[in-house]
Unconditional design. Structure first.
Lengths: 110, 110
DNA sequence: CAGTTTATTCGCAATATTGCGAAAACGCAA
DNA sequence: TTGCGTTTTCGCAATATTGCGAATAAACTG
């Protein structure tokens, strides 16, 4: 489950800089749409959680919904931003769940 | 939801139930998709409801999220099956809402 | 009724998501 | 270390969703 998309970084021995890179480098989307990014993370984690709870490997779950392990892996990547309702429903269906969608008001604090 | 007999349906004014009867009564082959179809209906109605509550025309909402009225109309069509998380979030964002997604266990029965 | 606004339908191009294999990386145990 | 199963990454084709205008229908006003 990759937490990091950064690639081809030049070498460094500064631990602080390494952490900084891990958190912020190459992730403008996270800074701009923090809320959405966090929601995607939550979805990814939830999928992983459900699969683990069902004691299934990525390959096993993949077969259940008619796809491959690499697809499941992609869904469980917290940086993946392409989650679709269709796929969530397929996952849910295979794990005896249903996808509940609600619109909840946002309190735009003063 | 009351159980349904093959004959002597009692009267109803609920449009959803009428549609349900017309499309799915006595057709177990389609029951598999019923849940998803109803979920899509719910989404469509919710979007329409939110837009109305905000006192916006389809054109106005469309401009808010950077698209056209025909797209909004499509989203509000209860038979539309192409709902995406991305679009729901755009709608929600324009109407000061957020999209909450939950996986809830379902009791699988006949 | 004629005007005006809003809503709906249709077709196709543009964009986004999925399918899928292959290779590499990882974790673990003998 | 090796072997083995699992996970991750990458690239591109296939499919699905969106963008958008134009035409039509429907609803509303005067």
């Amino acid at each position: 489950m990759p937490d990091n998309k950064a690639k081809t970084l030049k070498p460094t021995s500064d631990a602080v800089e390494i952490l900084h890179r891990r958190l912020y480098e190459g992730k403008p989307a996270r800074l701009k749409n923090l809320e959405e990014a966090r929601a995607n993370e939550e979805i990814a984690r939830k999928i992983q959680e459900l699969r683990s709870a069902a004691a299934l490997t990525q390959t096993q779950l993949a077969k259940l919904i008619g796809t491959t392990a690499s697809v499941i892996c992609r869904l469980e990547d917290v940086d993946y931003e392409g989650h679709s309702l269709a796929m969530l429903r397929r996952i849910a269906g295979a794990l005896n769940q249903r996808v509940e969608i609600r619109f909840v008001p946002i309190r735009r604090s003063a």
